[in-house]
Design a protein around this ligand. Sequence first.
Ligand SMILES: C[S@@+](CC[C@H](N)C(=O)[O-])C[C@H]1O[C@@H](n2cnc3c(N)ncnc32)[C@H](O)[C@@H]1O
Length: 231
Amino acid sequence: MKDIFFCPEESNFYSNCLDTFVIRNCKSYESIVEFGSGDGSPVINSLLKNKFDGVIQGFELNTSAWKVANSTIDEYNLTNKYIIHNSCLFNSSQPDAEYLVANPPYLPAPDNDIYMPLLFGGIDGATVTNDLLSLGYENVLVLISSFSNPTSTLNLAKENGYSVQNFMVLPLQFGYYSSDPKVKNHIEELRKNNMAFYSGDYYFLAGVLFNKCQDSVVDLSNQLAQVMTSL
Ligand SMILES: C[S@@+](CC[C@H](N)C(=O)[O-])C[C@H]1O[C@@H](n2cnc3c(N)ncnc32)[C@H](O)[C@@H]1O
């Protein structure tokens, strides 16, 4: 199990964001694509709490995590609602869907030789998140960390025609993966260039709902940028 992402606080927050911003707002039959399902628990918990008629297609590269997710999906008879592919979304033909959701890899580091290489988010931590916001999905729910160049993500999202419809923020303590000295030292360097924001042991993790709707009246982008860079 050591090689499967484990951070209940973060996974529960992601699950709450899924409930609040996506699952509860889904109309009759909607489809959702998920990048990086992990052990599947955030989506499974959300499905067990809510009535949802659509299908969620997950993508998870880590085979051990994928196996655990599938056995839990079987156990709860969710096989017709949650289907996980043991592959990378970027290298697959991307399914059409109303929503793309993810708690993506967001650890900044000089390279991916870190405790769990699949949590590497590129040099500034924002690479995978920014790539997800370039796939063209109408609605995207992603977790964004304040130490992973959050302003680059908000700027790219705007360039790609997204506005921020809603968000919620969780203060989190640096955990096992982000305290890896290689990661932590790199984050300290990023901070000097205004690409990482944290205070003492704490950083912010935001669950952000982006939407491409042209005539969307709400855009909380500036408010979110203010919060994420306030530490
Ligand atoms: C931060 S974890 C989130 C796991 C789970 N969604 C959760 O919140 O508990 C990110 C997950 O993305 C997976 N991952 C990383 N790169 C991937 C890729 N290219 N394709 C699919 N999954 C990937 C990792 O293996 C890891 O399980």
